[in-house]
Design a protein around this ligand. Structure first.
Ligand code: NAD
Ligand code: UDX
Length: 481
């Protein structure tokens, strides 16, 4: 089947960049990305490329080339569905916050709504591509909805999980390690797989395009994220031991990473992993294991999350302990709020949870992030407080302890301590002498990303503490007495 029109439901961090690259590489295909969120679509259509709703290096250039040529952003979902031979579903699949599976299972209501809308609108055969991350066997659910509510047309459901990481999305899409396509092993299933292979073959080689059955593809996505997150929790677990023994976690990571069986990537110890995917997908995996009565498997993977929560808490506690056991009324400057550098995404950012612990101890948090707005920071904290069931009075009181700035010098001025929450490159080049003189003494730095030069900053006069570096107690004793 030759695809001439593609539609993508969901213009978020996955739908936007993924479809932009497909449009760039397949100029003969019309790609329409639709969303229910009018503001988001308006931002994708904004003539000022700085206002795109997703910040990704290289994205603006891709959008500039393809938008209006064969890439379109629209809120007219029905029309886009009607026109397309292939429809990607790239809507959000967050952790459920209510009812059965609350706090664990993936909330598939948005995906289900897409399936029902496609079934209602479609008047000819369509290939439906799962781009969202979904629990294994969701394709069966989609097929059932499509077949029972449709107009008698044929739907082929494919699984094509997305492996891009934020901050490197365009690079990941253009030079993917692999693309995974799962489909039914029937004649029409194989034809659908081939149609999607043909799209990726515009810029990827055949050995980068893997095809499997649907269930393997769906499960591979959850597995990939679980393995990646597990590596971070493993090295973070060791960072606590490093702090107790004077080993250096970066040296340990580099020593084990040279073993080709282990590999060097994803061994950077940090304040904890964040982002919209890792926690959600592992919780989903744990839920699935419990559902299939595999408690030992569930407990094994759940530990990755437990350790990550411990790491965020440990970081905050370390700040409090080092600042003479209280941060009440003290100004703690946060450099970074995004969950990693080169993105404006803050979902599940460790900064949110570190801020929560410090606010609980009475701190005033003063934040600077090069790409995150004050509104977003407040919205993140409000969301957490609401989830915890706090009443409006308490929420407002806690939000008053949060201050966001457009410049880092305002955030750090007269601070008692600085915490690095995101590894933005620009932080390394700040005028640290000037920062030191603008702060209360002793001037503390807690480097949650191990990006700063400890020797250089110690020479300026800072009391600096990285993750998995040096004795915590010794640091405390030296800094206090
Ligand atoms: P997102 O929240 O940024 O975007 C999802 C969009 O879908 C939203 O703009 C929302 O308004 C829209 N939407 C919801 N229901 C809709 C409907 N019925 N019709 C049209 N639009 C609708 O989410 P995201 O980060 O792009 O993630 C999307 C999926 O991709 C998730 O399943 C996620 O797990 C997966 N994923 C995300 C990443 C990542 O790095 N963010 C990477 C790989 C996979
Ligand atoms: C992840 C997966 O990498 C990607 O394949 C999938 O499609 C979506 O989920 P993403 O969450 O965008 O991507 O970013 P990633 O680079 O994986 O980082 C996730 C979190 O782990 C960030 O908070 C990052 O700072 C942290 N991290 C990553 C570490 O703490 N140490 C590392 O060594 C790597």
């Amino acid at each position: 089947m030759k695809i001439k029109n593609i539609c993508c439901l969901g213009a978020g961090y996955v739908g936007g960049p993924t479809m932009s690259v497909i449009a760039l590489k397949c100029p003969e295909i019309k790609v329409t990305v639709v969303d229910l969120n009018e503001a988001r679509i308006a931002a994708w259509n904004d003539s000022n490329l700085e206002n795109l709703p997703v910040y990704e290096p290289g994205l603006a250039e891709v959008v500039e080339e393809a938008r209006g040529r064969n890439l379109f952003f629209s809120t007219d979902v029905d029309k886009a569905i009607e026109e397309a031979e292939m429809i990607f579903i790239a809507v959000n699949t967050p952790t459920k916050t209510y009812g059965e599976g609350k706090g664990m299972a993936a909330d598939l209501k948005f995906v289900e709504l897409c399936a029902r809308q496609i079934a209602r609108i479609a008047k000819n055969d369509k290939i439906i591509v799962e781009k969202s991350t979904l629990p294994v066997r969701t394709a069966k659910t989609l097929q059932t909805i499509l077949d029972h509510t449709g107009n008698g047309v044929n739907f082929e459901v494919l699984s094509n999980p997305e492996f891009l990481a934020e901050g490197t999305a365009i690079e990941d899409l253009l030079n993917a390690d692999r693309v995974l396509i799962g489909g039914q092993q029937t004649k029409s299933g194989k034809n659908a797989i081939q149609a999607l292979v043909d799209i990726y073959a515009h810029w990827l080689s055949p050995k980068q395009i893997l095809t499997t059955n649907v269930w393997s593809s769906e499960l591979s996505k959850l597995t990939a994220n679980a393995f990646l997150a597990q590596r971070i929790s493993s090295i973070n677990a060791l960072s606590a031991l490093c702090e107790a023994t004077e080993a250096d976690v970066d040296e340990v990571a580099s020593a084990i990473g040279t073993d080709s069986r282990i590999g060097s990537k994803f061994l950077k110890s940090s304040v904890g992993f964040g982002g919209s995917c890792f926690q959600k997908d592992i919780l989903n995996l744990v839920y699935l294991c419990r559902y299939f009565n595999l408690p030992e498997v569930a407990n094994y993977w759940e530990q990755v999350i437990i350790l990550n929560d411990y790491q965020k808490y440990r970081f905050a506690k370390n700040i409090i302990t080092s600042l003479f056991n209280t941060v009440s009324g003290k100004k703690i400057a946060f450099l970074g709020w995004a969950f990693k550098k080169d993105t404006n995404d803050t979902r599940e950012s460790p900064a949110i949870y570190v801020a929560e612990h410090l606010i609980e101890d009475g701190a005033e948090i003063h934040i600077y992030d090069p790409k995150v707005s004050a509104n977003q920071i407040k919205a993140d904290m409000r969301y957490l407080f609401e989830l915890k069931g706090l009443n409006e009075v308490k929420i407002e009181a806690k939000l008053n302890q949060i201050h966001a700035y457009d410049s880092y010098t305002d955030a750090v001025n007269q601070a008692h301590a600085i915490a690095i929450l995101t590894e933005w490159d620009e932080f390394k080049d700040y005028n640290w002498e000037a920062i030191y003189y603008s702060m209360y003494k002793p001037a503390f730095i807690f480097d949650g990303r191990n990006i700063l030069n400890i020797e250089k900053l110690t020479a300026i006069g800072f009391q600096i503490k990285g993750i998995g570096k040096g004795l915590v107690r010794q640091f405390y004793e030296e800094s206090v007495f």
